[in-house]
Design a protein around this ligand. Structure first.
Ligand code: ADP
Length: 256
């Protein structure tokens, strides 16, 4: 009788093991699929500006030599497309480094006043986007955290630029700094068109855009939010998003 129970126990253990193997194979297959899609998307995204570079080079070559203004225009467009490829590659490389973060932490942390960092980002935003009124409000006067100032500034710049680029001219933007018992919160809010509920998680996916053609025309890489989320997570924090048809709020959570 005992032998029968042992066999039954063994069978149960064996089945559990098989289920675990199935699960890990499924996880792996999914990860592989994601990676393949990422490589395909990245190639496609790089191909678009590359084709433009070729096109403008041809136009430049065939433009009549006595049309210097026309040639200059082609050259300027060619430079802009090449710059776009550069931005895209910067983002791709940073994401690859963050993906491998278990191997090498890509952050250079230092004690940093978050309120001061926000003020610097706000000043740069006002200079670059004079059409969008920006207000900053902070509960604490100073809030020193151990973080990578350049990377957190990059996250802020990204969210602020999005608030200007994806909203009509004149749309106000606000940043607030506050704390909870465990975290510092930075909220970036714009009174723009909002992000549809179905898209609020997907906008963090690599290359996902709500309005594909328009967003690409505005010069974005489609990687900004993916990079921002990865960078925040590398700090042990996260980014969340709430949106209505009249407002969009991104909240950066950073552990204290
Ligand atoms: P992009 O380079 O296109 O800005 P992001 O990853 O930064 O890429 O953003 C992904 C998409 O999320 C954008 O294409 C846009 O559709 C949407 N989005 C981001 N921020 C905002 C915002 N503040 N208001 C409305 N839509 C936004």
């Amino acid at each position: 009788r005992d032998g029968g129970r042992e066999v039954a126990d063994l069978r149960t253990a064996f089945n559990t093991m098989l289920e675990h193997i199935d699960d890990s194979l499924a996880v792996r297959a999914e990860a592989e699929l994601r990676l393949r899609r990422f490589v395909a998307d990245a190639s496609h995204e790089l191909r678009t500006p590359l084709m433009s570079v070729r096109g403008y080079a041809d136009l430049f070559q065939y433009a009549a030599a006595n049309e210097p203004a026309e040639r200059e225009r082609h050259l300027a467009r060619l430079r802009a497309e090449a710059a776009r490829m550069g931005f895209l590659l910067d983002d791709l490389l940073l994401l690859a480094r963050l993906d491998a973060a278990e191997v090498e932490a890509p952050l250079r942390t230092a004690d940093t006043d978050l309120v001061d960092l926000v003020q610097q980002a706000a000043d740069a935003f006002r200079a670059g986007h004079p059409g969008h009124p920006l207000t900053v409000a902070s509960d604490p006067g100073r809030l020193v955290l151990r973080l990578d100032p350049q990377r957190v500034r990059q996250v802020l710049d990204n969210l602020l630029t999005n608030a200007a680029v994806h909203t009509p001219a004149g749309t106000p933007v606000s940043v607030t700094v506050s704390t909870t018992p465990g975290a510092a919160l930075l909220r970036i809010t714009d009174a723009g068109p909002g992000i549809p509920p179905d898209d609020t998680e997907r906008v963090f996916d690599r290359f996902y855009r709500v309005d594909k053609a328009r967003s690409r025309d505005r010069g974005g890489t489609g990687l900004g939010l993916a990079v921002a989320r990865s960078l925040t997570r590398a700090h042990g924090g996260d980014i969340t998003l709430t949106s209505t048809p009249a407002t969009t709020t991104f909240t950066i959570h950073l552990p204290l």
